[in-house]
Design a protein around this ligand. Sequence first.
Ligand code: GAR
Length: 195
Amino acid sequence: MVSGGGTNLQAIIDAIADGRIKGAKIVRVISNKSDAYALKRAESAGIEGVVVSRKDHPDASHFNKALLEALDGCKPDLVVLAGFLVVLSRDIIERYRGRIINIHPSLIPSFCGEGFYGLKVHEEALKRGVKVTGATVHFVDEGCDTGPIILQKAVPVEEGDTPEILQRRVMEQAEWKILPEAIDMIANSKELFRN
Ligand code: GAR
C-alpha cells in the first residue's frame, strides 16, 4: 500500500528481482492517491495498481470498506505499508492481524505516532538535535506506530542536514534495506525478533 513516490515499493521490486527477497511476489499495489508515482513504478514492473481514494469515497466508512475490498480482492499473505500515509481502520487490522507491516522513518519510539509522517519526522528530528536517527519496520496494530518492532537501522545526522537531505540518507541507508529484509524474513520464516 502506497501514497507517494514509491521508493520503498521500488526497493521491494528490486529486491525480489535480484533475489534478496525469496519466495514472495507483489500481487497488487494499492494507492490512496491516483497521481502517486508509485503507481507508475508498479505499472513498469507489471504489477496491478488499484486506486482507492478519499476523493472517490468522501465518506470515511465507504473509503475503509473499499480499502478492505481492494485488499481482500488479491488475497495477500502479507500487507506492506510502503509509505502509506493513511491510518488503517480497525476492520482491516483485525482481518490481517499480525500480517501487516509498516516502514517508519525514525527509530521508534522517537518521532512517531499521530502527525509524524514523511518529511515532518525529519524536521522534528533536526529540531530536537538528535545525532542519530534511522528507520523502523514494525507490525501494525490498533495504535499509531505502536506494534512490535521487527527491524531497525540507525543513521547518523550530519552537520548542515536539511529535512530533505536527512530523509534521503535515512531512505538510502536504512529504509530501502530493512523493508526488503523484513519481507524476506517473514516470507521465509526467519527469526522475526532480534534483540
Ligand atoms: C518513507 O520515508 C516512509 O518511511 C514514510 O513515507 C515515505 C514514503 O516514501 N512513511 C511514513 O512516514 C509512515 N508514517 P516513498 O513513497 O518514496 O516510499
